[in-house]
Write a protein that binds this ligand. Structure first.
Ligand code: ARG
Length: 274
């Protein structure tokens, strides 16, 4: 696709300042409570991401962080918003359970009238990624197949379930990113054989990430259709994106990486337009 045809679309995101960020428990292989975390550095890195999104023309809403919920900074997990409809999150781990209500509460107080408190497990946009034609849904570690069906019924859009098999890529958004419309990039090694075949069939032109870029969390990226905000250490992936006409925007979120997250984890897209 020619470079000139990449058009960024202004988006609305929800983010949560990491004022209370720390690693006090381990619910994914990247978290180690013994490794020190610099909360001040986490905040300044997060502020740079926030600033880069605003500078690119996007609107960023903020939810107040709550003490005792250190992972609340990973706003992507707080809900899924499609066509202005809000599907709340239900977390697998007790440590994060209270975030579900905190996020749903924010939506109910900020003009979102169509909201659903889910019955089944789903960790928001961590596992539910919206393309033009589908909602791609991860399971295997956090969200469940029942959670996928609940999302499909509520949003009335086709949900494609994908099985994650590598515990380092425990949420779909650590293994796959939506770039524009039905264009995606992903880490083939994170999926079961069957799900990999599904991805190959539905997205034959997808960008495939190297193991190094996947381990640098390069797939935990955010695209506005032209700018792709991603971990600054995902060098080869940035080059591939450039070849495809995108503009990589490298971001350093090294402190938040200690919790097992990067750019996408810190942002929840508020898709209000139908
Ligand atoms: N420590 C958090 C967890 O394990 C990180 C969540 C990352 N978020 C994401 N959207 N992948 O739940």
């Amino acid at each position: 696709m020619p470079v000139a045809s990449r058009t960024p679309r202004p988006r609305r995101y929800l983010m949560c300042r990491p004022d209370f960020f720390e690693v006090t428990y381990a619910i994914n292989p990247w978290m180690d409570p013994v490794v020190p975390v610099d909360t001040g550095l986490a905040v300044s890195q997060w502020e740079r991401l926030h600033g880069a999104l605003v500078e690119a023309g996007h609107t960023v809403e903020l939810i107040d962080p709550l003490p005792g919920l250190p992972d609340m900074v990973y706003a992507a997990n707080g809900a899924t918003v499609v066509d202005g409809k809000v599907l709340g999150a239900r977390f697998r781990n007790e440590e994060r359970a209270a975030e579900g209500a905190a996020y749903l509460n924010w939506f109910r107080h900020n003009g979102f009238t169509d909201t659903l408190e889910p019955r089944h497990l789903n960790e928001g946009e961590g596992d539910l990624l919206t393309t033009r034609s589908y909602i791609l849904a991860g399971h295997g570690f956090r969200s469940t197949a029942e959670g996928h069906r609940e999302a499909e019924e509520y949003f009335g859009r086709p949900v494609v379930s994908l099985e994650l098999v590598d515990p380092r890529f425990y949420h779909l958004d650590t293994a796959l990113a939506v770039l524009d419309g039905d264009e995606i990039m992903y880490n083939p090694g994170a999926f079961s054989d069957e799900s990999r075949a599904t991805l190959e069939r539905l997205f034959p032109d997808a960008i495939l990430a190297t193991a190094d870029d996947a381990e640098a969390f390069g797939l935990n990226a955010l695209s506005d259709g032209r700018n792709v905000f991603l971990a600054e250490t995902a060098h080869a992936l940035a080059e591939r994106l450039r070849e495809h006409g995108f503009t990589p925007r490298p971001i350093n979120l090294s402190e938040l990486f200690k919790g097992g997250g990067s750019v996408k984890c810190c942002t929840l897209e508020l898709r209000t337009a139908a």
